[in-house]
Design a binder for this molecule. Structure first.
Ligand SMILES: [Fe+2]
Length: 389
């Protein structure tokens, strides 16, 4: 049934194609950009990707103001402040984020500091920005977060060891450049984990109370692409068709969840990431089937509908179809574990059993908890975490 009200707003321009990362300077010229600051991590810098992009931009007369290449995994506020300071120092006019979710989110939050005048803590939460930010171009080198098309950024507050999130329409990037050639060097386990993050975005968006026909179509398409290409991308890193599928899937899922939001799986994995530094995609991969079981009773039909996307034969009842979908996700996890050692349980990812109550408590406080179809209660979440342990 179509909801009484929904909206869809996606102003980010998406361009996609192999080799595009070295050939998009005209897009920046159209935007009036002449002095971008590049944000990336040390690995991306070392791989030579950044140098090729800089050379491509130079061909259209665009000079990069500076390159900040020290973004860590699970980036934090101190790094955001360094990026903003560098931007001011070199007189940048825009940001180009090249990397995974941590890099793109660092650039997004730095963009807040660059433009707004208050303390960063003033903008933690939703719809608190007062004006458009500098143009932000995102070039993902992983296929999972979808941050290149979302209005959300998540960063570690190192002082409290919690992930803080920012959500605002002004955080939507200006341009997303999807070049599958940039993702072929991604190690198999990162491919698997980030792919499972994208799948979690799609599945949680699909069962969200905020879902609309627009987000459903994007989420369903994401599931089909991931079903077709995730294992292929893990086993055949240089398969450009599979890489293009995964990059597209992550972007579509990003658009789906930035409208429909995510739920209990992300609430738990944000907390596990904050407390125990488990990579976001790994945490989601571990927790996804458990989160689906948590929601099974209240969205049986919607979970059952996903059978078509995964090529799973529908059951005779909605419940049977839904059970088969969740069993399929269990099988996918096992296949990825076999393929590249992706952890299947929290205990394999470095989470101590004694820490589970703190994870449950943290999940209850996470912003994603408000959008889960089944209301979350701490006792049930703790039980879910114990099963996932
Ligand atoms: Fe995610």
């Amino acid at each position: 049934m179509i909801p009484d009200f929904f909206q869809f707003h996606q102003p980010t321009k998406v361009i996609a194609g192999a080799g595009l990362a070295t050939d998009f300077g005209h897009e920046l010229a159209e935007l009036g950009i002449s002095r971008p600051v590049i944000v990336c991590d040390p690995i991306v810098r070392k791989l030579g990707v950044v140098d090729r992009i800089i050379a491509g931009l130079a061909e259209t007369g665009i000079t990069v103001g500076a390159v900040f290449s020290d973004v860590p995994p699970n980036s934090e506020l101190a790094v955001v402040r360094q990026v903003a300071a560098l931007f001011a120092q070199v007189g940048g006019d825009s940001l180009i984020a090249i990397g995974g979710g941590s890099t793109m989110d660092t650039a997004k939050v730095a963009n807040i500091l660059i433009t707004e005048t208050g303390d960063i803590s003033d903008y933690v939460g939703a719809e608190l920005l007062t004006q458009p930010l500098k143009p932000l171009i995102c070039i993902p080198t992983t296929a999972g977060t979808g941050s290149e098309v979302t209005r959300v950024a998540v960063i570690l507050d190192e002082a409290t060891q919690t992930k803080i999130s920012f959500s605002d329409r002004f955080l939507l990037p200006t341009l997303a450049v999807l070049d599958p050639e940039l993702t072929v060097t991604m190690p198999p386990q990162v491919t698997a984990a980030t792919g499972m993050d994208a799948l979690t975005h799609a599945m949680e968006a699909f069962i969200s109370p905020q879902a609309s026909p627009f987000s459903d179509a994007l989420a369903f398409g994401t599931m089909q692409l991931i079903q077709r290409s995730l294992l292929t991308a893990v086993y055949e890193p240089h398969n450009l068709a599979a890489r293009a599928d995964m990059l597209t899937a992550a972007c579509m899922a990003g658009t789906a969840f930035t409208h429909a939001m995510v739920g209990v799986v992300h609430a738990m994995s944000h907390t596990v990431g904050g407390l125990y530094h488990v990579a976001h995609g790994v945490a989601n991969a571990i927790l996804l089937p458990h989160g689906l079981r948590y929601n099974l009773e209240v969205c049986t039909a919607k979970i059952g509908q996903m059978a078509h996307a995964f090529g799973v034969p529908a059951g005779e009842t909605e419940r049977e179809s839904a059970d088969r979908v969740i069993a399929h996700i269990d099988s996918l996890k096992a296949a990825l574990h076999t393929a590249c050692g992706l952890p299947m349980r929290l205990s394999q990812a470095g989470v101590p059993e004694s820490g589970l109550p703190a994870v449950a408590a943290g999940a209850m406080m996470d912003g994603a908890s408000f959008y889960n179809p089944r209301p979350m209660d701490e006792e049930s979440i703790l039980m879910t975490l114990q099963v996932a342990f």
